[in-house]
Write a protein that binds this ligand. Structure first.
Ligand SMILES: [Zn+2]
Ligand SMILES: [Zn+2]
Ligand SMILES: [Zn+2]
Ligand SMILES: [Zn+2]
Ligand SMILES: [Zn+2]
Ligand SMILES: [Zn+2]
Ligand SMILES: [Zn+2]
Ligand SMILES: [Zn+2]
Length: 1853
């Protein structure tokens, strides 16, 4: 029955089945089932299109599937967008609207929403994602788009049952079908090596089916809810998929089911195969016992169960799993999966098949259905462990990671859902368990501290799991769910979880241990460190920051307490496990102490935000002492690494040191470490702490007063920098307030200032450099307004500029002057610098500021800054400044510096002074008492008796006993009796003087503390003296001790140092001796800026202000060393004189500076001017020029340096760059630039460009007229003409040849191709490719000429004619072959080969000399036209002849003329006679086989001019030139009037014809435009030309009524272009200056410049254009003749007459396409636009900014003969020059011939920054200045000169 249905028509079958099914008897359902049995029969292949068709038809129930879709969609009640996308999709993120940071929007929703002014960005999705629009859990409703804001289910009708009936019956079977095939296609990986391929095949087969399901999800809410029901229903699954059905008789099903069961076996976390993983750990069974006991004993939470006892011999990892299963309520986490519905099994297979994209998309498309989302999330969590297990084993973990996160982000970003699955499905337990499980697979034994007795295990950073970051999806999920308050709360409340978590963190504690190589360089530089840093940051620190955000208020105190407790427990375990006693193992360092950092950061939060008592959270002293050791070790190692003590470990150790302090890590690494050390310092004994520091830095032995010492721990060469390191560390420790009381604002400000002081920064760099996770940003997202406010408070914005050199500056932020003055903090800079040079850079900038503002002119010292007040909890830290040990060190160092001992430095002194000053600024409260107590000088004790620095400063040390080597000079003097006047006291004191040993001191203190703590019972065990070689003082028997007499106090030493620094005896004089009041008045902090002298003076002043005793002491010292009269004392008169002198000096300096600035500004102006050749620059250039035009020009050769004229034998040449150009061809009529199209409606047509118009014209002419004549009637080169430019430098041509030879020899160094003649100018390095010979000058030829000399026009015309005639017989032999003429030929060859052949050959016979002729005068034309364009399109600005220095036109014209004269042009075709006299025109059109010549009225007058001028014999006389111009002007005028007449309406024409006729008899009628107009209309009417044309387009041009004024204006505009070109030509030929004028006067000015108009007539006279006419013969006759030429030939081409006769020589200036303001407009349209050639969306789309053509950059798809599309287009559109905007990068590239360069971007963000590759995705706006610069470079052909980094493109762009 069913089988028979198969053959029938699907639609009708479906209809009838549907009818059957709707009846109640169930027969229809049964029938349907049978049909499906056969359609979906497992024996048939799934992929068959037939199956899909059947499914579709049956579901549609008789309708067409499309109609069915539409109907179902009508019931869509979804309020969410939920659009799912995959990798590389462009999406948006708005931080203003987002609740979850993971929020994202599709472009459609984003654009339809309201986000103006929001902090949003565009991004390319990496892992894929889904649109959150409409989901109020993830984003604020205000950001929803219109579609999803108002969508509510209320107005959607409920779905009729009847509609969905069929799908409801069919879908279970379809999904079953899918499941069965998934089961069937699966093979256990180990059973068959080819399975991976099989999996792919299975997936491919199933694709149509999954696509069908995906289509269904897109039908909206109604269909999704049916699917949800089917997927989640337990009964359906049970009925169809499990139990009896599968074990029954159907072999296929049975086999499948068995496969499924096999696959399931591996799904649990505990399985037999896993045992091998832990085998490494089994070896350390003993160790695990210790660890576990330690961990559990303290808490009592985890009772060791029987089970644990039983397998106590198993490894650590195993053990923790076992414990876990006891602690969690549900042990199912580790178990094998059990499935209860389709969805569960579907996900299972999705995982097994490693997340096929199609499947993922289907599953995600379902998410808008709320009940599906919940069910799916639960299923996902259920499979979580299995997913991660699969991930670890996957070969393509990267792809899989992305797919996993693609899903999990959608589920876990929703707080409500995350909370629900946390509570119902133990999500947290699962995650932490899986994390532990994951890391257990790569543990190794830690070698830290005690290699043998270390029971700690750490992750192995070399394992792929860590190296490849495989753990990140899991960690990122974990961080994601911890961001939800409710979830984090559960985590913090669950002690079992916390303990597990600390165990996890301790896996990273001490990882990637470095051991210092002492002898040989490491053979292999391990690259594991990055994996280690990434792991600590991502797996430890990020979750920590997540948790910390929930511990911000008092109410959460308990959480912090708990975390701190477990953290301390874990630390204790760790110390036990590594067998740590009291000293770190030498030469070891690990940068990874996450437990320490957890502890520190939670403490910081507790004190700052939760008002917890610090002491209640601190462990005992012994623990504190242990805790400080490893962080301190890191600080010492940093110093060692910078001192090059780790060089043998290779570069990677430097990498670690830099990463540790780098902005992305510092908050989670160095800052917590410093903070922890600050806590330790505030609670531990200060003497102990200080001596520990110097011991760790290995400089203890250096701290002796003896002049020589031996350092057992350190080479002498490292002593100085290690000492500097130790002191700097102490200063940082005591100055830094990041966790000690600074507010969020202050921290952000300090970070910002530090970064800005190092260097000016762009906004994005700064954003990146400000640490991500510190307190200051809690709750504030980077890039928010808060950041901006702070930025504008500390920095000035420097707008983006384009510098003349070509470098484009982006918008930068630079510190405000006040910041330098008051906030620049060198300590903060040192803390945040990765490279030492950054500190130097900050100091240099600081120095620059001081110099500029006149605050200090020398080399300044780092300024001392007063610090923010300490939070009272940390007050103890300041005790460090008031301890004997530190004071002894300070005293010793001051002494050593004053005695010039070795290895001291200015930096040491600077830090010593800094510490003293810190002490003075932080005096203990009991100052007064103490001073009273010890007020009496008691010199008997050799060192200090108090701890207050104010007291100890004036304490005089008399004798010191030092240990010193026997070679030391002190040894010889047994007793220092000579200097002592009081021998008895010496004898007395020598007994009490002690040897001070820092090491001994520390030991003693340690012992004390231990004793105090643990009583005497364990005293012996606690201190086990170490025998490491570097701390053993007893091993140096050659030492002896001696007593030194010192008799100095710190104050006296300071004063001595003042003298030393100033280089003058007695330079210090306490000024308050003069004025006793001043100590209290003067604020020492005003003296911040200065050098060491300033610092000492400031300290002494502070000392005196703080204590009377010190003040007296200073006075006494000064009196002793200095004569009573202060050296610097000056009376008021002197002072005045001094002041005056000083003021004068200052004024001089200011003046100098001003001058220098002026000069540099001028210089840069000149550079600008030279680069752009703008008209005003020419004016500027000629200022200094005093060239004498009469004398013979002398050229300097830039190669040999000789000067001389250019001669025939040894010609000199100009360095020139020849380049093909299409710039002029891209000019348009309209002055408005064309807009870049950004929609399908907008289009650009090339028809109205100059290039196209000329092409059309020449083709038209060639159709009807003789070819050789056509080729003289136009100019070419608008496209692909050759532009010649020079840098103005000259060289001997023979010198150039040898220069090229030398270049050829080291060609490897060049970025250009020497073989193609390319080189750079030896002087200015400008790119060039040829040398243009200079024509030898003969001075006598520059005849002085007056236009109004005796010769009449007729005479001149005759003379010209005679010369023209000579031409025909001009014998080649006359022109001897000289070096010069050879060079001229050769440069002509270069010019020709500078462009493509197609731009030269326009003639019908290729290679005909006519082509060459046309090409040559067109080169002249092009260069003249381009100069005109560079002058702004007119000549109003004028210009002196001196400016021609940088122009090579004159020389070029010589070269062209030489070649053109060689052309034997048949004099019969010479237009001259036709221009000047009446000739027979009867031969027109007579010859049948030959086409007629082009009528004069069709010809281009400027071309005629060039032909005539360039073919005249050498040394054209100016009178002849003027004559030619006059004659041509007559023709031009006639053309203008003829053109005009075509623009009249019929009636107007008739009217003008008549009115002109009446005036024919007037005198001067041949200069009356009315007469001429009338005559021309009359003549042309004869040929019925008007009637042929007077339709449509032409009459459209003149819709207005023509007045005499408008006619006049029109003719003037017609003639102007010719006058301009002619004037330029005259200017270059004869070198006379162009006058300047107003725009309206241009015509008159040029006419008189050319001699067309008497100067007296040159005025603003409206009617001067016809006054320029000068007819050699009767005007009307001549005009009649010219018109006849047209009318006789017009018949052959009647359609083209108007086109040919009506010329329009006016073009607007060339410009690039106008770009939209907002880059997004371009991006949205073009990034997904398809190329017209390959109709694909290109991977790298690019856009030609000249013509708007869209091309596939680098695309193989559009490659033609090894040329990629972009290069190809650059040749066709720009004759080798192309300007392309790369759509996906917002960057412009320039192609110039074989080379290309990255130009930069014309789109900048609001901070004036580029966003290359759109990485930040911030809105970008057009920077019109930059775009102008780009256009300027294009128009002036200066890309080669200005842009530096060119590279070959190999046609591959
Ligand atoms: Zn939307
Ligand atoms: Zn959307
Ligand atoms: Zn927004
Ligand atoms: Zn030379
Ligand atoms: Zn040069
Ligand atoms: Zn183009
Ligand atoms: Zn293409
Ligand atoms: Zn293509």
């Amino acid at each position: 029955m069913a089988a028979s249905l198969l053959g029938r028509d699907k639609r009708s079958t479906a209809a009838s089945l549907k009818a059957e099914c709707s009846r109640q008897d169930g027969r229809g359902v049964q029938l349907l089932g049978e049909l499906l049995d056969s359609v979906l029969s497992p024996e048939r292949a799934v992929a068959e299109a037939e199956v899909i068709e059947w499914c579709k038809s049956l579901m549609a129930g008789g309708e067409s599937f499309d109609d069915f879709c539409k109907m179902v969609r009508g019931y869509d009640n979804a309020t969410l967008c939920g659009l799912v996308w995959t990798a590389n999709f462009v999406a948006y993120r708005c931080r203003t609207c987002g609740i979850s940071p993971c929020m994202s929007l599709c472009a459609e929703c984003f654009n339809a929403g309201e986000h103006t002014g929001h902090d949003f960005n565009m991004f390319r999705s990496q892992a894929g994602g889904a649109c959150d629009c409409g989901d109020s859990n993830v984003m604020r409703e205000s950001g929803f788009c219109k579609r999803h804001r108002f969508a509510t289910s209320s107005n959607i009708p409920s779905v009729p049952n009847e509609l969905m009936m069929m799908p409801e019956h069919i879908l279970p079977r379809v999904i079953l079908h899918l499941i069965q095939h998934l089961r069937d296609g699966y093979n256990e990986p180990d059973s068959d090596p080819a399975t991976e391929r099989d999996l792919q095949k299975t997936l491919q087969q199933m694709e149509p089916l999954i696509s069908l399901l995906e289509d269904l999800t897109k039908m909206g809410g109604a269909m999704r809810s049916i699917l949800t029901r089917v997927l989640t229903n337990h009964q359906i699954y049970k009925d169809l998929c499990s139990g009896d059905l599968c074990t029954g008789e159907k072999a296929y099903t049975k086999k499948n089911y068995e496969k499924y069961l096999t696959a399931l076996k591996g799904s649990g976390l505990v399985s037999s195969e896993e045992r091998s993983v832990t085998s490494v750990l089994d070896q350390m069974a003993g160790a695990s016992n210790v660890t576990i006991l330690g961990a559990t004993a303290g808490t009592g939470q985890m009772d060791s169960s029987d089970e644990e006892e039983q397998d106590g011999s198993q490894g650590v990892g195993k053990r923790k799993r076992v414990k876990l299963s006891n602690s969690t309520k549900d042990s199912s986490i580790m178990d094998i999966l059990k499935h209860k519905c389709f969805l569960e099994e579907l996900l299972f297979w999705t995982v097994k098949y490693e997340f096929p994209q199609k499947m993922v998309t289907f599953l995600l498309n379902m998410l808008p259905d709320q009940s599906y989302k919940i069910a799916f999330t639960k299923t996902f969590v259920q499979h979580y462990a299995f997913i991660m297990k699969t991930l670890i084993k996957s070969h393509e973990s990267d792809t899989m990671s992305n797919r996993i996160v693609h899903i999990s982000v959608q589920l876990f970003s929703n707080e409500e859902l995350a909370r629900q699955v946390t509570e119902e499905c133990q999500l947290l337990e699962i995650m932490v368990t899986v994390l532990l499980y994951m890391m257990e697979s790569c543990l190794i034994k830690s070698e830290l501290q005690d290699e043998e007795n270390n029971f700690h295990v750490v992750v192995n950073c070399g394992e792929p799991l860590l190296k490849n970051n495989t753990y990140w999806p899991l960690v990122s999920d974990f961080i994601n769910i911890l961001s939800h308050q409710s979830v984090a709360k559960r985590f913090l409340e669950d002690q079992g979880l916390l303990q597990m978590w600390m165990n996890f963190v301790s896996f990273f504690q001490g990882m990637n241990l470095n051991k210092r190589e002492l002898n040989e360089h490491v053979e292999f530089e391990s690259q594991t460190y990055y994996a280690a840093f990434a792991a600590e940051l991502e797996a430890c620190a990020q979750p920590m920051w997540g948790l910390l955000t929930h511990c911000k208020i008092r109410e959460t105190q308990e959480y912090t307490r708990t975390v701190v407790r477990y953290c301390l427990d874990a630390l204790q375990d760790w110390f036990d496990a590594i067998n740590f006693v009291d000293e770190p193992a030498p030469n070891q360092v690990t940068f990874h102490l996450p437990l320490h950092r957890y502890y520190a950061m939670f403490l910081s939060k507790a004190i700052r935000c939760q008002q917890l008592d610090l002491d209640s959270l601190l462990p005992d002293q012994e623990m504190l002492m242990k805790m400080m050791v490893h962080p301190l070790q890191i600080q010492a190692s940093l110093s060692e690494i910078h001192s090059n003590m780790w060089v043998r470990n290779g570069l990677q150790i430097k990498g670690q040191a830099m990463t540790y302090v780098q902005s992305h890590f510092c908050n989670s690494m160095i800052d917590p470490d410093i903070f922890l050390l600050q806590i330790c310092a505030s609670r531990l004994d200060p003497d102990y702490f200080v001596s520990s520091v110097f011991e760790r830095f290995k400089v203890v032995d250096l701290l002796t007063m003896a002049s020589q010492h031996q350092n057992a721990a350190l080479d002498t060469e490292h002593e100085r920098s290690m000492l500097e390191g130790a002191l700097t560390f102490l200063v940082i420790l005591l100055s830094l307030r990041i966790h000690l009381g600074m507010s969020d604002d202050e921290i952000l400000r300090a970070e910002m200032v530090a970064q800005l002081c190092m260097s000016d920064r762009t906004h994005s760099t700064l954003l990146d450099l400000i640490p991500e996770n510190p307190n200051p940003k809690s709750g504030i997202i980077p890039g928010s307004y808060y950041f901006e406010t702070m930025l504008s408070a500390v920095a000035d914005f420097k707008a983006p500029v384009f510098e003349p050199g070509g470098s484009m500056q982006q918008g930068m932020y630079t510190p405000k002057a006040d910041v330098w003055n008051q906030e620049f903090d060198p300590i903060m800079v040192i803390l945040r610098t990765v490279y030492r040079r950054d500190v130097q850079s900050a100091m240099d900038r600081y120095m620059g500021f001081l110099k500029q503002t006149g605050k200090f002119s020398g080399t300044p010292w780092p300024p001392y800054r007063e610090r923010a007040p300490l939070n009272p909890s940390y007050k103890g830290l300041m005790r460090i400044l008031h301890c004997k040990t530190l004071h002894i060190v300070l005293f010793t160092l001051l002494y050593k510096i004053s005695m010039d001992h070795q290895n001291m430095s200015e930096h040491v002194l600077c830090m010593v002074l800094n510490l003293i000053e810190l002490g003075l600024d932080n005096l203990p409260e009991e100052t007064a008492e103490e001073e009273e107590m010890f007020g009496e000088e008691r010199c008997s004790d050799s060192w200090f008796h108090g701890t207050n620095i104010a007291t100890n400063l004036h304490h005089i040390i008399n004798y010191v006993r030092v240990r010193l080597p026997e070679t030391a000079p002190e040894v010889t003097r047994e007793a220092p009796a000579s200097t002592s006047s009081d021998t008895s006291s010496f004898m007395q004191n020598s007994n009490t003087a002690q040897v001070f040993s820092l090491v001994a001191e520390r030991r003693r203190k340690f012992q004390e503390i231990i004793n105090r703590n643990s009583g005497s019972a364990i005293q012996t065990a606690a201190v086990r003296p170490k025998t490491s070689k570097w701390t053993a003082p007893n091993s140096t028997p050659q030492f002896t001790t001696t007593i030194l007499e010192i008799r100095e106090s710190m104050l006296s030493l300071l004063i001595k140092l003042h003298h030393k620094l100033s280089g003058k005896q007695n330079s210090y004089y306490p000024f308050w001796l003069e004025d006793s009041e001043s100590t209290s008045r003067l604020d020492p902090m005003q003296q911040i800026h200065g050098d060491g002298i300033t610092a000492i003076e400031r300290i002494l002043l502070k000392t005196a202000a703080r204590s009377r005793q010190n003040k007296c002491s200073i006075e006494e010292i000064c009196r002793k060393v200095a004569p009573p009269v202060p050296p610097k004392k000056s009376n008021s008169a002197d002072k005045k004189a001094l002041d005056k002198e000083e003021r004068r000096q200052k004024a001089r300096e200011r003046q100098q500076k001003l001058l220098a600035e002026f000069a540099s500004r001028q210089k840069s102006f000149m550079e600008t001017a030279m680069d752009f050749e703008s008209p005003d620059s020419d004016v500027a250039m000629d200022v200094g020029s005093t060239e004498q035009p009469d004398s013979e020009t002398v050229y300097d050769c830039v190669i040999c340096g000789q000067s001389g004229p250019s001669t025939e034998e040894r010609p000199t040449g100009l360095v020139v760059l020849l380049q093909a150009s299409s710039v002029l061809g891209h000019r348009r009529r309209s002055t408005e630039p064309k807009k870049l199209p950004t929609s399908d409606e907008e289009q650009i047509y090339p028809e109205d460009t100059c290039g196209t118009a000329h092409d059309v014209r020449i083709t038209d002419l060639q159709q009807y007229f003789k070819d050789s004549s056509c080729l003289q009637s136009v100019s070419i080169g608008w496209e692909g003409g050759v532009y010649v430019q020079t840098c103005g430098h000259t060289l001997h041509i023979d010198c150039h040849k040898s220069y090229m030879e030398s270049l050829r020899n080291d060609q490897m160094l060049q970025s250009f191709s020497v073989d193609k003649g390319e080189f750079t100018c030896p002087l200015c390095r400008q790119f060039a490719n040829s040398v243009l010979p200079c024509h030898p000058e003969k001075s006598e030829e520059k005849s002085i000429w007056s236009p109004y000399n005796s010769k009449s026009l007729l005479t001149l015309i005759k003379e010209v004619e005679e010369q023209q005639e000579q031409l025909g017989m001009f014998p080649v032999s006359i022109c001897p072959i000289t070096n010069l003429s050879k060079e001229m030929e050769s440069v002509m060859k270069d010019i020709r080969s500078a462009t493509q052949k197609k731009y030269i050959d326009y003639g019908k016979t290729p290679g005909s000399p006519d082509n060459d002729f046309l090409f040559m005068y067109s080169v002249a034309r092009l260069n003249l036209e381009l100069e005109l364009v560079h002058r702004g399109g007119n000549l109003c600005l004028g210009g002196a002849s001196a400016t021609t220095k940088r122009s090579c036109l004159n020389q070029l014209l010589h070269v062209l003329a030489m070649h053109m004269r060689l052309f034997r042009i048949d004099s019969a075709y010479n237009p001259w006679t036709r221009l000047t006299q009446l000739t027979q025109v009867t031969d027109y059109g007579i010859c049948d086989d030959e086409k007629p010549e082009v009528p004069l009225l069709y010809r281009d007058v400027s071309s005629l001019l060039l032909i005539l001028v360039l073919t005249m014999p050498q040394e054209l006389h100016k009178e002849h030139f003027t004559c030619i111009v006059k004659v041509l002007y007559n023709l031009l005028y006639t053309q203008a009037v003829a053109t005009l007449s075509f623009r009249f309406s019929e009636e107007e024409r008739a009217a003008w014809k008549n009115s002109g006729k009446l005036k024919q008899t007037m005198c001067n009628s041949d200069k009356s435009w009315e007469v001429l107009l009338s005559h021309i209309i009359c003549e042309l009417s004869k040929g019925r030309l008007y009637s042929a044309s007077n339709t449509g387009q032409v009459s459209m041009l003149g819709t207005n009524i023509w007045s005499p004024q408008s006619i006049e204006y029109s003719i003037q505009q017609f003639c102007l272009p010719f006058l301009r070109i002619t004037s330029l030509l005259q200017h270059h030929l004869f070198g006379d200056d162009l006058p300047s004028c107003q725009r309206t006067e241009e015509f008159g000015m040029l006419a008189s410049y050319l001699g067309l108009l008497l100067p007296c007539l040159q005025s603003n006279d409206e009617f001067c254009i016809s006054a320029c006419l000068d007819w050699p013969i009767a005007a009307l006759d001549l005009i009649s003749q010219w018109c006849l030429e047209v009318t006789t030939s017009a018949e052959s081409h009647s359609e083209q007459v108007t086109n040919l006769l009506v010329q329009d020589p006016q073009w607007s200036l060339p410009c690039l396409l106008q770009l939209p303001e907002n880059y997004n407009t371009i991006f949205q349209y073009y990034h997904r636009k398809a190329c017209v050639h390959c109709s694909k969306v290109p991977k790298d789309p690019a856009l030609c900014l000249v013509c708007g053509t869209f091309v596939c950059l680098k695309g193989q798809c559009c490659k033609q003969q090894s040329y990629c599309e972009c290069v190809l287009h650059s040749q066709n559109c720009g004759a080798g020059t192309g300007i392309f905007l790369l759509i996906n990068a917002s960057v412009i590239i320039i192609i110039r011939g074989q080379r290309f360069c990255l130009w930069g971007s014309v789109y900048l963000d609001t901070h004036g920054e580029e966003d290359r590759d759109l990485r930040r995705g911030k809105p970008l706006y057009l920077c019109s200045e930059r775009y102008k610069v780009l256009e300027q470079q294009w128009v002036t052909h200066t890309f080669d000169h200005i842009n530096k980094r060119w590279g070959p493109h190999y046609n591959g762009l």
